[in-house]
Design a protein. Sequence first.
Length: 686
Amino acid sequence: MPIGIPPSGTVNGQVLGACPHDCPDTCSLVTTVQDGVAVKVHGNPDHPSTDGVLCAKVSRYTERTYHADRLLHPLKRVGPKGSGRFERVTWDQALDDIAARLKAIGERDPQAILPYSYCGTMGLVQGEGMAGRFFHKLGASLLDRTICASAGAAGLTHTLGGKVGMKVEFFTEAKLIVLWGSNSITSTVHFWRLAQEAKRQGARLVCIDPRRTETAQKCHDHLQLLPGTDAALALAVMHELVVNDWLDHDYLAQHTLGWDALRERALRWSPERAAAVCGIPAQQIRDFARLYGTTRPAAIRLNYGMQRVRGGGNAARAIACLPALTGAWRHRAGGVLLSSSGWFPVDGAALRRPDLLAGRRPRTLNMVQVGDDLLRPSSPSFGPQVEAMVVYNCNPVAVAPDSGKVVRGFSREDLFTVVLEQFRTDTADYADYILPATTQLEHWDVHTTYGHTDVMLNRPAIAPVGECKPNSEIFRELARRMGFDDPCFADSDEHMCRQAFGDRVDFEELLAKGFAPLHIPDAPFAHGRFPTASGKCEFFSAELARQGFDGLPDHVPNHEPAGSSAAYPLAMISPPARNFLNSTFVNLQSLRDIEREPFLEIHPVDAQSRGLATGSVVRVFNDRGEYHCKAEVTERARPGVVNGLGIWWRKDGLRQTNVNELTSQKLTDMGNGPVFYDCLVEVQAA
């Protein structure tokens, strides 16, 4: 069958697309269409990274698209906030009323309107493309989109100069792979295939993670440290590299900045000192440091779990320094990879049009602290009270921290809330209007990635089901009703896909293949040339020092360090369940059947002292709230740490809460990110 046929009511063929979800792999999809219906989605065998394989979640994408609970028509609330009582209305009724309400609020102060979105789609068009234009023209409050990766991104930027690193395909040639804070089997299955290939060729795999994950079980070594202690471990590794002279002195001299100061700091971090902080044996640290210092080439796959603590930015900085100490960057199979997204030459100004602000400087609100912000009254320091929210590509009632406050904020009867969604999520239950949005099989989009270096194009495979509209079209319609007549609001989705990269990417290649590789050197930093101000790997960051921070990476203790509270003696992390992606896919029955129900992993020692057994209903609590779920007694948890796997919708909880009832709105050391894994609790039988 021909590939790339555009949709129509009776099309038969295969259409190239891209996975929209928040995953480093960003797979190339092939959708098989019969009589206008998508009957199968599989991985594109012609895309090297995808190699014909999809994860268990996205391979069920037709189940998601044609789900019985899919929202097909606009809905208007007729019951109390949160009751989930709605009536069907027409698009004209909904959009006319929404535009009138937003216009009235905007005439008083457009900053009282807050857009709230994240990575329900990673697409540049259906994400912040037309939406960015709409809210810039309106002058609404800006949203600091920090809820996932901003601390690690800041750490990487202050060290390497951007979200850049080694090319993922060369991990197969490494002789040592360190999976640092990465449960690759769950979160980046295509990288795991590369790691397995390297393992078959003799590579040693080391996992560093507070949880004994599926990935940790299949690695040669597992360092099961306490949450929030990664920087201490990295500094102790540096200590051993220095005292044993496992250093590339030439690389340090030519291509780094601040080595003498970092060396002095590292020498203060003996393995014994780090062991006391990390909760692992000093000899294990020595053994790991020897392995890293003497194996060539050595590659680190860093992921975002380790930066969701107070010191997350510093931890990312410390780890990102390691390859320069050993000269690992000289090899194409050496270095570190946290994110590759900084390589992509996106023309963000053309897509989002910040010039439409016309000189206005709206306030910026941090999405992590939406619970507090929705409950704040107007004040000179804060500005106007938030009167309206437009939520798209996100489910904040389920995913934002300290969710008891988030619910109270969304429950305000005077808060006008519009939600663009595919399903009746926890957040949609609090909407005044729910507008049915398309899935990836039904619209155009273009994607960067953060795991490989190919631009990806998504072509619509089918016509939108029901009355669903793409996000872009909804914002176009609202713009028209608001009287926004700038020509950019008439741009088609395909045209915006072309605008995203201008002439820096061959769009005809995207149309023909579904992907277009970026041209990046195989070993991008073999000769230095980092995208920093100095052109070097910056152990010392003058920019951080200018801002009043420590210019060198250091261990920054958690806001809530393990063992610091008698009332709440257990540290809790909340990694994603294997078959969910944040709160996406929670409502697919085939995946729910695998995950069964919300549960908390607890070590046998901690369970025994509390009289708990697998299957016990437990109350997990702290000063912020409480969460009821089942206990699973397992050595996947280390003593003193419990694992509350997420992110289940609140409505699926035993008492209509989820694990974010317990997490805090505190922020990271840099990047203003969340501290989901910096959380103390107690657990008892319910």
